[in-house]
Design a protein. Structure first.
Length: 159
């Protein structure tokens, strides 16, 4: 499926068919876990092209606010977050809470409702966008796009 290109500098891509892969599950889990928060904070502060923002999600069992640095995907004027392997702890917390707080680079906080995006063109556009992120993330997400289509969970943020 061809995805409309609404972001300058990102090529139009056709995503592979959805197919869950144990290999890509392990690679993506390792990649996501290996990104140390202090380094990601420094990268976020220094490079405005890196699409990372801080998100605060309330724990479903504890009620404690959890701060996570996540990819802030922007497609066709909408904001999204998601996990390429699906149900991580922060995803489970977000589903339970139904909303999060985004803290942008300037420190501005916005409370946003989160709605899971079902399979279809909108979700495919979000997945395609992640394949155009700066290296190494974009390279990995692009190669794993079929797995991400099958396993990933993405949320539209509105508020």
């Amino acid at each position: 499926m061809a995805i409309p290109n609404d972001h300058p500098g990102r090529p139009q891509v056709a995503l592979p068919p959805a197919h869950e892969s144990r290999f890509w599950h392990v690679v993506l889990a390792g990649f996501v876990r290996s990104a140390p928060t202090p380094i990601m904070r420094r990268v976020r502060a220094r490079d405005p092209n890196v699409p990372i923002d801080e998100f605060v999600i309330v724990g479903r069992r504890t009620g404690i606010e959890r701060h996570d640095l996540l990819n802030h995907v922007q497609v066709a004027g909408h904001d999204y977050v998601g996990h390429p392997n699906g149900s991580s702890q922060w995803v489970r917390n977000l589903v339970a809470a139904g909303a999060l707080t985004m803290i942008d680079r300037a420190g501005t906080e916005r409370r946003l409702a989160a709605t899971e995006v079902p399979d279809g063109p909108e979700r495919d556009a979000v997945i395609a966008w992640t394949g155009g992120m700066p290296r190494p993330a974009g390279t990995i997400y692009g190669a794993a796009a079929g797995h991400i289509r099958a396993a990933g969970r993405y949320f539209r943020l509105e508020g």
